[in-house]
Design a binder for this molecule. Sequence first.
Ligand code: FES
Length: 58
Amino acid sequence: MANEQLCCCHNVTLEDVKEEINKGVKTFKTLQENTGIGTDCPPCEKNNRALFEKLLQE
Ligand code: FES
């Protein structure tokens, strides 16, 4: 599911995260500043941080 929602608090999808990476975002902190992803729920933060690190390697 390309448009899978990763963070429902801030309505961030997998596509949004990939787009941020394509724009040159290199750290989860910057991703959070740009999208708000995982800034409210610790489990969301943990899962999406791991996913982001994985996507960065691709
Ligand atoms: S679901 Fe992502 S911060 Fe709450």
